[in-house]
Design a protein. Structure first.
Length: 200
């Protein structure tokens, strides 16, 4: 993964999540998440990997920061859509909103690392997001717990903002099993009204 490129979105989301949840540690992490570099899109893969590595030493805070960063990534991505597109999506039947939300979440995952291959799948009321070459899960030693909760948080928040409440969990993680990361997504069966953020 040495030739991979990290987009602007992940460093910005990590910085904001750390500022929200670990404000006393922000100066430390800004050694790698320099605001000037983020503005210029110059945060490197090595710098981002270093941030993730140090976050893993923070215990359960890693999971909380990843959840927050994933939620922010989805929030900012949906908010960046043109108003006409948000209204169009809000008016789609629920199954199409689910599929659209999965595709949008997959797009966010691809912006994290351009070498990642992301496949959204929908079948019988359930959905999956499969990610290969996950930046979060490239570790030297097998981990006890999944490291790719960012993708689950992205998917849940994206769907919520498209008017489809859902829950998700990491079903398989490369850092744990050495194989593809897979997030299981279960949209709630009850019809949900479109989120005001979409209809605005």
């Amino acid at each position: 993964m040495t030739d991979g490129r990290v987009g602007r979105l992940l460093p910005a989301c990590l910085h904001e999540a750390i500022a929200d949840l670990l404000p006393q540690r922000l100066d430390f992490y800004e050694e790698w998440l320099d605001p000037d570099d983020m503005r210029d899109g110059a945060v490197t893969l090595a710098a981002t990997s270093a941030v993730l590595s140090f976050l893993r030493t923070e215990g359960d805070t890693y999971r909380v920061v990843m959840d927050r960063a994933g939620t922010l990534a989805a929030e900012w991505t949906v908010a960046s859509l043109p108003a006409w597109r948000r209204k169009l999506i809000a008016g789609l039947p629920r199954p199409l909103r689910v599929r659209g939300g999965l595709r949008m979440a997959a797009s966010v995952a691809r912006t994290v690392l351009h070498t990642s291959e992301v496949k959204p799948r929908v079948r019988r009321g359930k959905a999956w997001l499969e990610v290969t070459a996950s930046l979060f899960c490239t570790v030297r030693e097998p981990q006890r717990l999944p490291l790719c909760g960012f993708y689950a948080a992205v998917t849940v928040e994206t769907l919520r903002r498209l008017g489809v409440p859902a829950q998700a969990h990491v079903e398989q993680c490369r850092a744990v099993t050495g194989s593809t990361c897979r997030v299981l997504v279960e949209p709630f069966s009850a019809e949900a009204a479109p989120d005001p953020a979409i209809a605005a």
